[in-house]
Design a protein around this ligand. Structure first.
Ligand SMILES: O=C(O)[C@H](O)[C@@H](O)[C@H](O)[C@H](O)COP(=O)(O)O
Length: 245
Protein backbone atom coordinates (compact mmCIF):
# COMPACT_ATOMS: atom_id res chain seq x y z
CA UNK A 1 0.00 0.00 0.00
CA UNK A 2 2.93 2.33 0.54
CA UNK A 3 5.95 2.93 -1.65
CA UNK A 4 9.32 1.71 -0.39
CA UNK A 5 11.08 4.51 1.43
CA UNK A 6 8.03 6.70 1.64
CA UNK A 7 5.39 6.97 4.28
CA UNK A 8 1.76 7.24 3.57
CA UNK A 9 -0.60 8.89 6.02
CA UNK A 10 -4.32 8.29 5.90
CA UNK A 11 -6.70 10.10 8.19
CA UNK A 12 -10.22 8.79 8.75
CA UNK A 13 -13.33 10.48 10.11
CA UNK A 14 -14.08 7.61 12.43
CA UNK A 15 -12.53 4.55 14.07
CA UNK A 16 -14.99 2.45 12.04
CA UNK A 17 -13.50 3.74 8.76
CA UNK A 18 -9.97 3.18 10.09
CA UNK A 19 -10.89 -0.39 10.97
CA UNK A 20 -12.28 -1.08 7.46
CA UNK A 21 -9.09 0.23 5.85
CA UNK A 22 -6.80 -1.60 8.28
CA UNK A 23 -8.50 -4.91 7.50
CA UNK A 24 -7.99 -4.47 3.75
CA UNK A 25 -4.38 -3.31 4.21
CA UNK A 26 -3.55 -6.30 6.43
CA UNK A 27 -5.35 -8.86 4.25
CA UNK A 28 -3.72 -7.50 1.07
CA UNK A 29 -0.23 -7.68 2.59
CA UNK A 30 -0.87 -11.19 3.93
CA UNK A 31 -1.92 -12.26 0.44
CA UNK A 32 1.09 -10.60 -1.22
CA UNK A 33 3.68 -12.14 1.13
CA UNK A 34 1.96 -15.54 1.21
CA UNK A 35 2.02 -15.69 -2.60
CA UNK A 36 5.63 -14.50 -2.77
CA UNK A 37 7.15 -16.77 -0.15
CA UNK A 38 4.47 -19.04 1.33
CA UNK A 39 4.35 -17.28 4.70
CA UNK A 40 3.33 -14.04 6.38
CA UNK A 41 5.10 -12.84 9.53
CA UNK A 42 3.03 -10.26 11.39
CA UNK A 43 3.82 -8.51 14.65
CA UNK A 44 1.03 -7.28 16.94
CA UNK A 45 0.95 -4.62 19.66
CA UNK A 46 -1.34 -4.45 22.64
CA UNK A 47 -3.82 -1.67 23.35
CA UNK A 48 -6.60 -0.55 21.06
CA UNK A 49 -4.93 -2.01 17.94
CA UNK A 50 -6.60 -5.37 18.46
CA UNK A 51 -10.05 -3.79 18.50
CA UNK A 52 -9.16 -1.84 15.34
CA UNK A 53 -8.20 -5.14 13.67
CA UNK A 54 -11.66 -6.61 14.27
CA UNK A 55 -12.81 -6.37 10.64
CA UNK A 56 -10.10 -8.71 9.38
CA UNK A 57 -11.77 -11.52 11.34
CA UNK A 58 -15.17 -10.73 9.82
CA UNK A 59 -16.50 -11.50 6.31
CA UNK A 60 -15.23 -11.19 3.63
CA UNK A 61 -11.67 -11.43 4.97
CA UNK A 62 -12.19 -14.15 7.55
CA UNK A 63 -12.99 -16.63 4.76
CA UNK A 64 -10.76 -15.16 2.02
CA UNK A 65 -7.48 -14.95 3.96
CA UNK A 66 -5.19 -18.00 3.93
CA UNK A 67 -4.58 -18.17 7.69
CA UNK A 68 -2.34 -21.23 7.37
CA UNK A 69 0.57 -19.04 6.21
CA UNK A 70 0.44 -16.67 9.20
CA UNK A 71 3.14 -16.48 11.88
CA UNK A 72 2.18 -14.15 14.74
CA UNK A 73 4.55 -12.29 17.08
CA UNK A 74 4.28 -9.49 19.63
CA UNK A 75 6.23 -6.25 19.39
CA UNK A 76 5.84 -5.98 23.15
CA UNK A 77 4.35 -7.98 25.96
CA UNK A 78 3.60 -7.36 29.58
CA UNK A 79 5.36 -9.75 32.00
CA UNK A 80 2.22 -11.38 33.39
CA UNK A 81 0.67 -14.84 32.99
CA UNK A 82 -0.96 -15.46 29.58
CA UNK A 83 -4.41 -15.63 31.14
CA UNK A 84 -4.00 -12.30 33.00
CA UNK A 85 -6.16 -9.37 31.91
CA UNK A 86 -3.02 -7.28 31.23
CA UNK A 87 -1.56 -9.87 28.82
CA UNK A 88 -1.24 -8.75 25.20
CA UNK A 89 -1.43 -12.45 24.22
CA UNK A 90 -4.81 -12.76 25.97
CA UNK A 91 -6.03 -9.54 24.37
CA UNK A 92 -5.06 -10.79 20.90
CA UNK A 93 -6.36 -14.31 21.57
CA UNK A 94 -9.78 -13.12 22.76
CA UNK A 95 -10.25 -10.46 20.07
CA UNK A 96 -8.48 -11.99 17.08
CA UNK A 97 -6.60 -15.31 17.24
CA UNK A 98 -9.48 -17.36 18.68
CA UNK A 99 -11.62 -16.37 15.66
CA UNK A 100 -9.30 -17.62 12.91
CA UNK A 101 -7.57 -20.95 12.14
CA UNK A 102 -3.95 -19.86 12.64
CA UNK A 103 -1.98 -22.92 13.76
CA UNK A 104 -1.13 -22.65 17.50
CA UNK A 105 2.49 -23.59 16.71
CA UNK A 106 2.77 -20.44 14.61
CA UNK A 107 1.69 -18.13 17.43
CA UNK A 108 4.82 -17.06 19.31
CA UNK A 109 3.82 -15.90 22.80
CA UNK A 110 6.47 -15.03 25.38
CA UNK A 111 7.45 -17.55 28.06
CA UNK A 112 5.30 -16.28 30.93
CA UNK A 113 7.12 -18.42 33.49
CA UNK A 114 10.23 -16.21 33.28
CA UNK A 115 11.00 -12.80 34.82
CA UNK A 116 11.36 -9.79 32.47
CA UNK A 117 15.04 -10.13 31.55
CA UNK A 118 14.83 -13.91 31.02
CA UNK A 119 11.65 -13.56 28.98
CA UNK A 120 13.30 -10.96 26.70
CA UNK A 121 16.38 -13.19 26.19
CA UNK A 122 14.15 -16.22 25.59
CA UNK A 123 12.08 -14.36 22.97
CA UNK A 124 15.26 -13.13 21.24
CA UNK A 125 16.56 -16.73 21.17
CA UNK A 126 13.23 -17.87 19.71
CA UNK A 127 13.52 -15.21 16.97
CA UNK A 128 17.10 -16.31 16.21
CA UNK A 129 15.96 -19.94 15.76
CA UNK A 130 13.19 -18.80 13.43
CA UNK A 131 15.70 -16.75 11.41
CA UNK A 132 17.90 -19.87 11.13
CA UNK A 133 14.97 -21.98 9.97
CA UNK A 134 13.99 -19.25 7.44
CA UNK A 135 10.61 -18.54 9.01
CA UNK A 136 11.74 -14.94 9.60
CA UNK A 137 13.79 -13.17 6.92
CA UNK A 138 16.82 -11.02 7.69
CA UNK A 139 17.25 -7.47 6.46
CA UNK A 140 20.22 -7.35 4.08
CA UNK A 141 20.64 -3.68 5.02
CA UNK A 142 20.68 -4.01 8.82
CA UNK A 143 21.20 -7.69 9.69
CA UNK A 144 18.16 -7.47 11.97
CA UNK A 145 15.09 -9.71 11.54
CA UNK A 146 12.78 -8.46 8.82
CA UNK A 147 9.12 -9.10 9.59
CA UNK A 148 6.55 -8.64 6.84
CA UNK A 149 4.31 -6.32 8.84
CA UNK A 150 4.47 -4.55 12.20
CA UNK A 151 1.18 -3.23 13.51
CA UNK A 152 2.03 -0.56 16.06
CA UNK A 153 -0.16 1.53 18.32
CA UNK A 154 1.05 4.76 19.90
CA UNK A 155 0.52 6.11 23.42
CA UNK A 156 -0.36 9.72 24.26
CA UNK A 157 3.30 10.29 25.30
CA UNK A 158 4.48 9.19 21.83
CA UNK A 159 5.60 5.69 22.91
CA UNK A 160 5.42 2.76 20.53
CA UNK A 161 5.82 -0.92 21.55
CA UNK A 162 7.19 -0.59 25.13
CA UNK A 163 9.79 1.93 23.99
CA UNK A 164 9.10 4.92 26.20
CA UNK A 165 11.00 8.20 26.04
CA UNK A 166 14.54 7.58 27.36
CA UNK A 167 14.39 3.76 27.41
CA UNK A 168 15.84 2.81 24.00
CA UNK A 169 18.68 0.33 23.32
CA UNK A 170 20.12 -1.80 20.54
CA UNK A 171 19.24 -5.46 21.26
CA UNK A 172 16.59 -7.38 19.27
CA UNK A 173 14.38 -7.76 22.33
CA UNK A 174 14.83 -5.85 25.57
CA UNK A 175 12.94 -5.44 28.84
CA UNK A 176 11.85 -2.70 31.18
CA UNK A 177 10.69 -2.82 34.78
CA UNK A 178 9.51 0.78 35.15
CA UNK A 179 7.04 1.29 32.34
CA UNK A 180 5.16 4.57 32.82
CA UNK A 181 2.11 2.76 31.36
CA UNK A 182 1.05 -0.06 33.70
CA UNK A 183 1.88 -2.84 34.18
CA UNK A 184 5.52 -1.87 34.84
CA UNK A 185 7.33 -5.02 33.63
CA UNK A 186 7.44 -5.59 29.89
CA UNK A 187 9.55 -6.99 27.10
CA UNK A 188 9.76 -5.21 23.77
CA UNK A 189 11.27 -5.31 20.30
CA UNK A 190 13.80 -2.51 19.79
CA UNK A 191 13.89 0.19 17.10
CA UNK A 192 16.42 -1.60 14.86
CA UNK A 193 14.02 -4.56 14.65
CA UNK A 194 10.95 -2.38 14.15
CA UNK A 195 12.74 -0.37 11.49
CA UNK A 196 13.96 -3.46 9.62
CA UNK A 197 10.38 -4.54 8.96
CA UNK A 198 9.14 -4.62 5.35
CA UNK A 199 5.97 -2.73 6.27
CA UNK A 200 4.90 -0.87 9.37
CA UNK A 201 1.46 0.48 10.11
CA UNK A 202 1.12 2.95 12.94
CA UNK A 203 -2.51 2.84 14.00
CA UNK A 204 -3.49 5.89 16.01
CA UNK A 205 -6.93 6.92 17.12
CA UNK A 206 -8.18 9.70 19.36
CA UNK A 207 -7.74 13.41 19.96
CA UNK A 208 -5.48 12.76 22.98
CA UNK A 209 -2.78 11.53 20.61
CA UNK A 210 -2.69 14.55 18.30
CA UNK A 211 0.21 16.33 19.97
CA UNK A 212 2.75 13.45 19.72
CA UNK A 213 1.65 12.36 16.26
CA UNK A 214 1.81 15.76 14.54
CA UNK A 215 5.57 16.33 15.15
CA UNK A 216 6.21 12.71 14.12
CA UNK A 217 4.45 13.40 10.85
CA UNK A 218 6.84 16.30 10.27
CA UNK A 219 4.35 19.03 11.12
CA UNK A 220 6.48 20.46 13.94
CA UNK A 221 10.26 20.29 13.53
CA UNK A 222 11.00 22.09 16.81
CA UNK A 223 9.78 19.60 19.38
CA UNK A 224 11.97 17.01 21.14
CA UNK A 225 12.02 13.63 19.35
CA UNK A 226 9.62 11.09 20.80
CA UNK A 227 9.88 7.29 20.35
CA UNK A 228 7.27 7.45 17.60
CA UNK A 229 9.55 9.85 15.72
CA UNK A 230 12.21 7.12 15.59
CA UNK A 231 9.81 4.95 13.59
CA UNK A 232 8.89 7.64 11.11
CA UNK A 233 11.45 8.92 8.66
CA UNK A 234 13.43 5.67 8.33
CA UNK A 235 14.15 4.36 4.86
CA UNK A 236 11.41 1.75 4.69
CA UNK A 237 7.82 1.47 3.76
CA UNK A 238 5.24 2.41 6.37
CA UNK A 239 1.83 3.84 6.63
CA UNK A 240 0.14 5.67 9.42
CA UNK A 241 -3.56 5.40 9.85
CA UNK A 242 -5.18 7.74 12.26
CA UNK A 243 -8.58 9.05 13.11
CA UNK A 244 -10.14 11.98 14.91
CA UNK A 245 -6.85 13.78 15.43
O1 LIG B 1 1.18 -3.27 25.31
C1 LIG B 1 1.10 -2.08 25.09
O2 LIG B 1 0.76 -1.27 25.97
C2 LIG B 1 1.38 -1.60 23.73
O3 LIG B 1 1.78 -2.43 22.76
C3 LIG B 1 1.55 -0.14 23.50
O4 LIG B 1 2.65 0.25 22.74
C4 LIG B 1 0.26 0.34 22.88
O5 LIG B 1 0.23 -0.01 21.51
C5 LIG B 1 0.15 1.84 23.02
O6 LIG B 1 0.25 2.16 24.37
C6 LIG B 1 -1.16 2.36 22.50
O7 LIG B 1 -2.20 1.77 23.23
P1 LIG B 1 -3.69 2.28 23.01
O8 LIG B 1 -3.93 2.14 21.54
O9 LIG B 1 -4.56 1.39 23.84
O10 LIG B 1 -3.70 3.71 23.46
Amino acid sequence: MSEKGKGKVEVFDSEEDLSVSLAKYTADLADKFSKEKGSFTVVLSGGSLIKSLRKVVEPPYVDAVDWSTWHVFWVDERVVPKDHDDSNYKLAFDGFLSKVPILPGKVYAINDALPAEGAADDYETCLKHLVKSNVISVSAATGFPKFDLMLLGMGPDGHVASLFPGHENEKWVTFIKDSPKPPPERITFTFPVINSSADVALVVCGAGKASPVHPALGNDQNSDPLPVGLVFGQGYSFQAVSCML
